[in-house]
Design a binder for this molecule. Structure first.
Ligand SMILES: C[S@@+](CC[C@H](N)C(=O)[O-])C[C@H]1O[C@@H](n2cnc3c(N)ncnc32)[C@H](O)[C@@H]1O
Length: 323
């Protein structure tokens, strides 16, 4: 196995506790209280997300994995000498294996994630399983500029962004990410997973499972804020809610205050009215045409959009439009 020497992974401008504190305070003092969904992923959050992916109600993971297993071999046309597979928000790198099994001509794998310990663990497992592959984990926030380890900056690259994580961005944010990735050098293809528009019941159940794992994932944010910022959220007085926003075509996760209450955070008193919510995640659902439109505007050609038989999920293959 080959891993970069650092025990923590290459760090590309990872957040400090100050950034976390500022982001949480700004969000909780806004008229609609909100928390950026990237903060859902501490060690416990990443583990809970993995449990979510195994739930019956959570169709996206098994569906996307099926699509990737079926089509990964056709991505070989984008692999040239020295190609790196660069994955945004790699989590446990579960879907990556479908690509690595099919694309044995790859030279290296660069998993990028904000959840440092989970990333390191996942990278070690991949490095142990694929002894022909160089693995260079990068701890980074992909909403900021990503700096890759020097030997990789100019290498040919396939970008991989599965998990419908692009759906966590508002449409303008998704466009910005596509624009930034278009500026990355050496990209031969960009493979993106998007969850497709479908009936509301299926969508809401995927984000509000009967075992309460998604609820625990959402509420873990408050545990994290209590632990890292010394706040005094009472978890018994908040509940998880998943709602469909038909105007924006998205599932929203909220934490609902079940009573009027005050919470102490970093020397400030944050008041919650009964029923008031903190908006913690968006998960936008796409149509293939909408994805094509946004990608086209940002300088990408859509080569393929693979879907499953039930049109639940789509995996798009983009290439840079140099015309
Ligand atoms: C929805 S999960 C998807 C995980 C995995 N790619 C999959 O398909 O199962 C989102 C992943 O992106 C990471 N993530 C979320 N926001 C991020 C950010 N701003 N920068 C880097 N990683 C982020 C999370 O830690 C998590 O591993």
């Amino acid at each position: 196995m080959t891993m970069t020497p650092s025990s923590t992974g290459f760090e590309s401008g990872i957040h400090s506790n100050t950034e976390f504190a500022q982001s949480i305070l700004a969000g909780l003092t806004a008229p609609q209280k909100r928390i950026d969904s990237k903060w859902l992923y501490d060690v416990v959050g990443s583990q809970l997300f993995d449990t979510i992916t195994q739930l019956d109600e959570y169709y996206p993971t098994r569906t996307e994995l099926g699509i990737l297993r079926r089509h990964a071999a056709s991505l070989a046309e984008y692999v040239t000498d020295g190609t790196a597979l660069v994955e945004l928000g790699s989590g446990s790198s579960t879907k990556t294996r479908a690509l690595l099994n099919a694309l044995t001509g790859l030279k290296s794998y660069v998993p990028i994630d904000i959840s440092q310990e989970h990333l390191q663990d996942a990278a070690c497992h991949v490095a142990a399983e694929y002894d022909w592959l160089e693995v260079h984990p990068v701890v980074a926030d992909f909403t900021a500029e990503i700096v890759l380890p020097p030997p990789l900056a100019n290498a040919p690259k396939i970008l991989f962004f599965p998990g419908s994580t692009i759906g966590n961005f508002e449409i303008e944010g998704a466009a910005q990410l596509l624009r930034r990735m278009r500026r990355m050098s050496g990209v031969t293809a960009f493979v993106i997973g998007v969850d497709l528009v479908k009936d509301t019941d299926t969508l809401v159940r995927a984000y509000d499972d009967t075992k309460g794992v998604t609820a625990a994932f959402n509420l873990n944010l408050l545990t994290r804020i209590n632990r890292e910022l010394g706040a005094d959220f009472d978890l018994e007085r908040f509940r998880h809610e998943a709602r469909w926003n038909s105007r924006e075509n998205r599932i929203e996760m909220h934490l609902v205050s079940t009573s009027a209450q005050d919470v102490q955070l970093l020397g400030q008193t944050i008041h919650f009215a009964a029923g008031e919510t903190v908006h913690t995640e968006n998960s936008h659902k796409y149509t293939p045409g909408q994805l094509e439109g946004i990608a086209g505007q940002e300088g990408w050609l859509v080569r393929q959009i693979w879907t499953d038989a039930d049109n639940l999920f789509g995996v798009a293959v983009l290439t840079p439009d140099s015309g």
